[in-house]
Design a binder for this molecule. Structure first.
Ligand code: NAD
Ligand code: MG
Length: 383
């Protein structure tokens, strides 16, 4: 039997690489649902190639265009963000691949878990916002959550076959394009400079998040929930070569690492085929081309937002949700030229100060908190 995938965010960077895997293994996988935010033409093209049962275009403005383009196909067309949570629950879905970006991915992750679907998770914001709820609901139902994020896939791979709990994990960070940029120059960083990640080609939002180390902060939060760790068991080390994707240290001092070229196809395929590996056909790591692997601490003065993420994690409640909402607004404002690069931190810290703290939030509280943090972030930007 083929594994039937609902692929959310199929037109994005992770989405397209997931389709590469499916294209190479037509006997193993079939696509039952594809979804896109606004890029309706790519969605239609993908639908004509993969023949899913349904597609969702989240931006309702493009519903008619998609409907028209697929009118000769037996493919159901839905629009709007609620449809994302509905298509994942269908009986014809085995695995939900969540490659959405931002808060928009959280409710579909929750819906997948509640419908007892295996969740292959790239959308780290799901766990940043509602990690406690999602992990608890998954545990109650015995639903596996398989990480796609490369660091978490590395940790997951290092933990495979181990009966002992890890003592700590070391999440590696490339350091991004501004690793060596002096503090006083960060203010003048341009969008093009921030979008030029040295090692990975990714969507715009995560590329900016990587440059500010917000992404690393979110990955610490993600690791906390995926692997049931305390914040103090999660360390971050800068490793500019992005060859060691992360490490796990055990009680006896042994450290396991997963290494490879920086290529998301591997963690995507590992999540989809777990516990089996398979030929991938991508470039292999050649140590002689990468003879030097280096490690250094994070400069928390120039990159304060990693510590902000730790602070939010320790404070708990809705703090991480607030940080995420403020970050989404700040990154969008930076990308559209509204604010300076260094204002991203100012907007996030200002929003965290002003947003209402909710100690034990429900999912509805997260929704409200997300809206409130976005509103406050916009106010800070406009004043
Ligand atoms: P992307 O921007 O390239 O793609 C996002 C996808 O989601 C697109 O299909 C887009 O149409 C859709 N989308 C965006 N906003 C939406 C909305 N409001 N409603 C519905 N659909 C929407 O992003 P990406 O780089 O593929 O990243 C996806 C997720 O994977 C993010 O959470 C990111 O942090 C994580 N991730 C990405 C990489 C990578 O290499 N790209 C690596 C690790 C983790
Ligand atoms: Mg990552």
């Amino acid at each position: 039997m083929k594994q039937r995938l609902a692929l959310l965010g199929s037109t994005g960077s992770i989405g397209k690489q997931t389709l590469d895997i499916v294209r190479r293994r037509p006997d193993e996988f079939e696509i039952t649902t594809l979804t896109a935010g606004s890029r309706w033409e790519s969605l239609v093209e993908q639908a004509l190639e993969f023949k899913p049962d349904s597609v969702v275009i989240a931006n309702e403005q493009h519903y008619n265009a998609v409907k028209e383009a697929l009118s000769k196909e037996p493919i159901k067309v839905y629009a709007g963000s609620d449809a994302l949570s509905q298509v994942v629950t269908g009986g014809e879905v085995d695995t939900v691949v969540n490659a959405l970006v931002g808060y928009a991915g959280m409710l579909p992750s929750l819906a997948a878990v509640r419908a007892s679907k295996r969740l292959a998770l790239a959308n780290k914001e799901s766990l940043v916002v509602a990690g406690e709820h999602i992990m608890r609901e998954a545990a109650e139902r015995g639903v596996p959550i398989l990480p796609i994020d490369s660091e978490h896939s590395a940790i997951f791979q290092c933990l495979a076959g181990e009966a002992s709990a890890p003592r700590r994990v070391i999440v590696t960070a490339s350091g991004g394009p501004f690793l060596r940029t002096p503090a006083e120059e960060l203010e003048r960083v341009t969008v093009a400079q921030a979008l030029a990640h040295p090692n990975w080609s990714m969507g715009a939002k995560i590329t900016i998040d990587s440059s500010t180390l917000v992404n690393k902060g979110f990955e610490v939060i993600e690791a906390r929930w995926l692997f049931g760790l305390k914040p103090e068991q999660i360390d971050v080390l800068v490793h500019p070569q992005s060859i060691v994707h992360s490490m796990v240290e055990f009680e006896d001092g042994a450290i396991k690492a997963q290494l490879g070229t920086p290529d998301m196809h591997l963690p995507i395929q590992y999540a989809l085929r777990f516990p089996e590996r398979g030929e991938l056909g991508e470039e292999r790591l050649d140590f002689m081309k990468n003879p030097t692997l280096t490690f250094e601490p994070v400069d928390n003065e120039r990159f304060p937002l990693l510590q902000t993420a730790y602070d939010c994690l320790r404070k708990g409640g809705n703090s991480c949700c607030v940080m995420n909402g403020a970050n989404e607004v700040a990154v969008a404002a930076f990308l559209s030229g509204e604010i300076k690069y260094t204002d991203i931190a100012r907007v996030i810290l200002g929003t965290l100060e002003r947003a209402q703290f909710v100690a034990t939030p429900t999912i509805e509280d997260y929704a409200a908190s997300n809206l409130e943090s976005r509103r406050i972030a916009r106010e800070i930007i406009q004043h």
